[in-house]
Design a protein around this ligand. Sequence first.
Ligand code: KG4
Ligand code: ZN
Length: 337
Amino acid sequence: MKILGIESSCDETAAAVVEDGRIVKSNIIATSLEEHKLYGGVVPEIASRRHAESISGVVKEALKQADCAIDDIDAIAVTFAPGLIGALLVGVNFAKGLAVSANKPLVPVHHLRSHIASNYLATDLEPPFLCLIVSGGHSHIVAVKSYTDYEIIGKTRDDAAGEALDKAGRTMGLPYPGGVSIDKISKSGNPDAFVFPHPRVDGAPLDFSFSGLKTSVINIVHNAEQRGEKINIPDLAASFQKNVVDCLISNFEKAAEKFGYNKIVVAGGVSANSLLRSKCESLCRKHGWRLYLPDLKYCGDNAAMVASQGYYEYMAGVRAGADLNAYATMPIDIVNF
Ligand code: KG4
Ligand code: ZN
């Protein structure tokens, strides 16, 4: 069964064709990232306009590279939540129009569910497993009980890990996205040069809190500026990254032990982080757990993961009509549309 996936939740306009949820036939991404770099973060209005310009060509190219006509497609899967509302609406409306005109079923896909599905692409991973989802907008520990049944075990109380990295990167004067810059520059820094607090959430030991860490970086940089001192940015970046990764790994380990999981999965844009990947490998070696990390090309936003999750939602009977709307927020476990 071939699913056409469409993604436009943030600054990537993407379309892909995936067979049976696993075999990627095509995966096309157009991004407006370079334009957002000028402003140090994604400008929603610009993202929406670029989606509107690119989406038709991106979908056409995805079909062409998969050697498919629209009639060869069994269903159209589209990201409908969560994300930037104006950006999501472009993908949702395009998918609705295509579904109606080509008379194909329309399958709404939750963005975080699709990030998890990036681990199904070209692998043998099957639920149940425990997943750490770390993206620009979310940090969750989720028990994936089946392809469409999820339980949130832990979550951030304030900033997401990616958001904290992006804001810290900006404070350090690094190019957007800060997470990518921090990963790169940390390779030449000393991760023990600066000591950061290890925030705990009272009464919820598996939850995260990253806003205090972000404030610590801002204070370090501002205090140094006031004293006229120069900060070693690679050292600061490496120390901050180490702390964020330690916070993620420590709760993830506790959660896996508490709930008895030995199949461990990481997903979302921050899963591209080299330190997080290597620390997850060490963690799983230590416990004898099986680890799945997305291929680097599927860590960030893409439509292959949407088509993969779309396949499993389709198989579970999920369908939307021409009244499908987009939503800026939506929990992963209780999806309404
Ligand atoms: O999943 P994603 O592409 O978009 C959202 O759904 O939010 O995640 C984007 C986030 C950004 O915060 C970006 O800085 C972060 O992923 N990111 C990284 C790396 N690559 C992307 N963070 C740390 N290290 C990386 N290599
Ligand atoms: Zn994402």
